[in-house]
Design a protein around this ligand. Structure first.
Ligand SMILES: Nc1ncnc2c1ncn2[C@@H]1O[C@H](COP(=O)(O)OP(=O)(O)OP(=O)(O)O)[C@@H](O)[C@H]1O
Ligand SMILES: [Mg+2]
Length: 1010
């Protein structure tokens, strides 16, 4: 129900007619034809009228307009049906087929080509190379098939002389993956004989008119069809397309499809051989039959078929017969037999060639490497373009077969569109007014019924040996079919002068009466070909020919079953075809031929009326009008549309699916457009369904998001659980590692208290990373504990010394290598009898006096030293440092006091980093005391500077609680009477004692070299 056409173009769907009768139907058909609207719908069926002119309704733009649209959204078109079939296939994974029917010249083949082009244009958007090549072969195959299977007839300049059913296979994603072509009964009698005004198959004229001169010469041909018996009848006919350009197009197509050069050449050689064969004549020379002329033609045929010339000549003149006794004898042909054999050979050559070409195309396009598990369901769209119903002046066996085939297809149409539909309404209990239509089953039976049908009678006649002729067979039909309402002949109706006695019989076909001439029926049905030709071709040195004739490999002696007759073979193939179509979802294109003159202007009312009647189009409209466009089982309907209604999503709670479907239908407000069957919902207009489809399409992305959300959540939860498990495992492992570390530490140090070194020498186990800090702390703790143990054992008398040593250690902080830590620090060396045995007593006296006088409590240090005097000379002196003063003493004069400095004036000290004993005690008065400490008798050479540092620093820190900075450097800086001086240290050979020498900056301390 297209909406984009104004009413001036008539009704675009016959269903919309005000009244359904022939007058209105024809009026609408005519109006539309005159206005250039050649397509009209009957629901989903497209009625097409051959325009006999170029129409501007095809091509890219039109394809884009129909692509993915619903049937009624656009004006009627082949593209709409093609799209509907494609959509059904893709959406519902249904196998579909498009059946194109109509009489010869009605436009079936053209329609099939437009449909194929449409399918090719809308698929493979990603331009995948393998899909493109499949499409290319499918499209190109048309050109080849038309060249070899079409011919000019009196009805149609490009009439298909074979039936074609093409399956196109689609992948799950809807791209063509391959295909298969079935061909039905090529009209091979055309090879040897054509009716007046008709031509042989195009291929012959294309070769003669289009083949290059050199090629024709090599084939011993001349480019004029009038020179050859088989083509001379049609030589004068003009055709719309030029044979030259067609020849080129076919050659290119063959190459594109994948035929090799050798194969292409072989094809043309066979054509040439047939043409030459037609010109072979026979004459009888005293009993024996000979080939006319010099036998040149035979040689050429032999050369073209790559067989020995004697073989060809023998095949034409004799036949080999196996006798019952196992012998083989050669039987010479009569002249008539030789002619018959030659023609049969020519027909068979062409038929095999055609079959082989189709087989070869099939191997190229067959679906390869398809795995349904991997690639999803493989679906099919079949396109059937079969010869239309034919009534000629002289109708023979071929017309009989062709018309039978059309009866079968009409039967299928009736069954599917008219019969099954009405039966379904009844079955489903939907109110329905039965519509009468003519059921042609009775005619089908007349032809094909076992034992009774015409084919059976023909077969019987062929099987009966002896002299059963066509007329005897006609007699038998006459007696056996006398009662049949659709059969008649002259014997049954002697007054009917339109038929001849013993020649004609008439069948009242659904499309009209056809009078057949029985002449040649039996021969054509037997389809006899002498075995010798088969063997000859099989043994050809050209492998292409051998391939065409596999049955020639049988030995002469082999007894073969009688081959099936041509009519039975054809019947079987058509029965298989109909079965194949019946299991697919059918789409119909019903073609109407407007006139016999191929005129674009004329719509011959009587002719069209006739076609409309026999195609059953009116009944189709009636059924359609009363019927429903769409039906679906309740559960399937629910499954597809339940998301469009809140009561049914995600699952309904109603008693039955039917109620749920009602809820959806009422929810969308098209309750008046449906009927509820027992198991199915029937929807009258596609529009309602389209609403649902649209809503569904809008909801699908949301559902997809929802599913994605749920699935993502599930994934995240799974991941989370896994992570938790990982952490749990990690935790356990860590705990295990910590535990083992602790246990190991414990094991190693458990006895530390009893060890001599309190575990100081124990090697700690390497800690796990997590315990690094903890490890450092524990090691420190252990060190402290260890230190505590060590300190605890020091007697209180030694504590002062230890403290001093610790203070020295800290102050020197590694800057001075030797600082006397290893020896006992005795502090008061001047009072020490071992160190100063000669002077200690006099010092003790002085010290005692000073203690009373200056009230000091503690001697921090005393010892001998060398100092610089007023005159900058180095003199031996002694130094006594108490907790109150620093005394400079003269050792040689009973320790007479030379200078007293209050301890409070000391601000720090400096010493060198070397081993020398220079110490500068800094004073706040900037008159520093520069000493070079001397050792006495006790361990000569011992370091006393470190001891002096330790004692002073410890005292200042602990007792006075003020810092006492110590500076360790290579050059000692000090102040003398307010002036800054420095002391550098030098060792000098020959120097026996430490001596300060005045220098520019202050002093150089000269030391013995030792
Ligand atoms: N849609 C169309 N547009 C233009 N011309 C067309 C169209 N359909 C058919 N014709 C013309 O009609 C001629 C016959 O059409 P076509 O060969 O398709 O008939 P057919 O039904 O296949 O006949 P047959 O049964 O003899 O094979 C075409 O060669 C073409 O000239
Ligand atoms: Mg055709």
């Amino acid at each position: 129900m297209a909406e984009h056409e104004g009413l001036e173009f008539g009704k675009s769907d016959f269903v919309l007619l005000d009244e359904v009768n022939m007058e209105h139907f024809m009026e609408n058909l005519k109006l539309r034809f005159e206005k250039g609207r050649i397509y009209t719908f009957i629901g989903e069926v497209v009625v097409s009228v051959n325009p006999y002119r170029e129409m501007n309704v095809y091509g890219k733009e039109a394809i884009a307009a129909y692509r993915g649209r619903e049937l009624y959204e656009n004006p009627p078109h082949l593209y709409a049906v093609a799209d509907a079939a494609y959509k059904a296939m893709k959406r519902r994974a249904k196998d579909t087929c498009i059946v194109i029917s109509g009489e010869s010249g009605a436009g079936k083949t053209e329609a099939s080509k437009y449909i194929m082009q449409y399918i090719a244009a809308i698929t493979n958007p990603s331009q995948r190379e393998e899909v493109e090549s499949v499409k290319n072969v499918l499209l190109k195959s048309n050109c080849v098939l038309e060249a070899f299977g079409n011919a000019k007839t009196n009805r149609n300049d490009n009439s298909s002389r074979f039936g074609k059913y093409m399956d196109i296979n689609f992948s799950f994603s809807g791209d063509p993956t391959g295909g298969h072509i079935n061909n039905y009964l090529l009209e091979k009698s055309r090879v040897v004989h054509q009716q007046a005004g008709e031509r042989n198959f195009h291929s012959f004229y294309q070769l003669l008119g289009g083949g290059p001169q050199s090629l024709l010469e090599s084939f011993h041909l001349q480019g004029d069809p009038a020179l050859y018996t088989y083509t001379k009848e049609g030589a004068g006919c003009s055709t719309a397309t030029s044979d030259l350009s067609s020849h080129r197009a076919v050659r290119t197509a063959l190459k594109v499809i994948g035929f090799s050069e050798n194969e292409i050449e072989s094809i043309y050689k066979v054509l040439a051989a047939i043409l030459l064969l037609g010109n072979v004549g026979f004459r009888t020379d005293e009993e024996s039959v000979l080939v006319e002329g010099e036998g040149e033609a035979v040689d050429h045929i032999a050369q073209l078929t790559s067989t020995p010339a004697e073989g060809v000549a023998k095949g034409l003149l004799f036949r080999t017969v196996a006798t019952g006794g196992g012998d083989v004898i050669e039987k010479a042909h009569t002249e008539q037999e030789a002619c018959f054999g030659r023609d049969a050979f020519a027909k068979a050559l062409y038929e095999r060639l055609f079959g082989w070409i189709i087989g070869r195309i099939n191997t190229v396009i067959e679906v390869k490497g398809y795995n349904p598990m991997l690639h999803g369901k493989n679906t099919v769209i079949g396109v059937l373009d079969i010869y239309g119903f034919e009534i000629f002046d002289n109708n023979s066996f071929e017309q009989f077969c062709i018309n039978y085939c059309n009866e079968k297809l009409q039967q299928l149409f009736i069954e599917l569109i008219l019969g099954q539909e009405q039966e379904e309404y009844q079955r489903e209990g939907v109110a329905w007014l039965h519509i009468e239509y003519f059921n042609n089953q009775i005619i089908v039976d007349l032809v094909e019924q076992a034992h009774k049908g015409i084919i059976s009678i023909l077969d019987e006649a062929c099987l009966t040996g002896g002299r059963v002729t066509d007329t005897v067979c006609l007699g038998s039909m006459s007696t056996r079919l006398a009662q049949h309402p659709h059969y008649t002949d002259r014997q049954l109706t002697p007054n009917d002068k339109t038929m001849d006695f013993q020649k004609h019989f008439r069948i009242r076909h659904y499309a009209g009466d056809v009078t057949y001439s029985v002449e040649g029926f039996l021969d054509k049905n037997k389809d006899l070909l002498f075995q010798d030709f088969k063997r000859l071709m099989f043994n050809s040195t050209n492998p292409v020919l051998t391939e065409m004739w596999p049955d020639g490999g049988l030995s002469i002696m082999e007894v073969t079953k009688r081959p099936m007759t041509a009519a039975s073979l054809f019947k079987n193939s058509i029965v298989a075809l109909v079965e194949n179509l019946a299991c697919k979802e059918p789409y119909y294109v019903r073609c109407v031929k407007p006139n016999e003159m191929k005129s674009p202007l004329l719509l011959d009312e009587a002719r069209c009326r006739h076609q409309v009647a026999y195609l059953g189009l009116l009944e189709n409209v009636r059924v359609r009008r009363a019927g429903f466009a769409y039906r679906q089982a309740y559960n399937r309907f629910l499954q597809r549309y339940k998301m469009t209604c809140e009561y049914t999503w995600p699952n309904h709670l109603m008693a039955t699916d039917r109620e749920a479907v009602e809820a959806i239908v009422t929810g969308h407000g098209f309750q008046d457009d449906v009927a509820y069957g027992n198991t199915k919902l029937f929807v009258r207009s596609p529009r309602s369904l389209f609403c649902l489809e649209q809503e569904r399409a809008a909801l699908i992305p949301i559902l997809v998001l929802f599913l994605q959300k749920v699935w993502r959540g599930a994934l995240a939860r799974m991941r989370c659980r896994r992570l938790r498990a990982i952490y749990a495992i990690m935790g356990c492992y860590r705990r295990h590692k910590l535990k083992t570390h602790f246990l190991e530490v414990e094991r190693r140090l458990v006895n530390a208290r009893n060890m001599a070194d309190y575990g100081r020498g124990v090697e700690w186990p390497h800690p796990p990373a997590a315990l690094a800090q903890f490890h450092d702390i524990t090691v420190t703790l252990h060190r402290r504990w260890w230190a505590r143990q060590v300190v605890k054992n020091i007697p209180p008398s030694e504590m002062t010394e230890v403290r001093a040593k610790v203070a020295a250690l800290r102050s020197l902080s590694g800057a001075r290598k030797t600082w006397g830590v290893g020896r006992p620090w005795e502090r008061d060396y001047l009072a020490n009898a071992r160190d100063c045995p000669l002077t200690c007593s006099s010092f003790l006296r002085v010290s005692k006096e000073l203690r009373t006088k200056d009230q000091f409590g503690l001697i921090l240090f005393s010892g001998l030293c060398r100092m610089v005097n007023w005159f900058n000379n180095t003199t031996d002196r002694a130094v006594l440092i108490t907790d109150r003063h620093v005394y400079k003493l003269e050792p040689k004069k009973q320790f007479r006091i030379l200078k007293i400095t209050p301890l409070d004036q000391l601000t720090g000290l400096s010493l060198t980093s070397g081993a020398d004993q220079t110490v500068a005690l800094h004073t706040s008065s900037q008159d520093d005391i520069l000493l070079y400490l001397q050792s006495g008798e006790l361990w000569p050479g011992q370091d006393r500077a470190g001891e002096l540092v330790g004692n002073l620093v410890d005292y200042f820190a602990r007792v006075k609680q003020v810092p006492f900075p110590v500076k360790v450097c290579s050059t000692v800086q000090f102040h003398k009477r307010g002036k800054q001086k420095s002391v550098t240290v030098e060792t000098r050979a020959g120097q026996t004692i430490a001596q300060f020498k005045k220098s520019k900056q202050g002093f150089v301390l000269l030391l013995p070299a030792d």
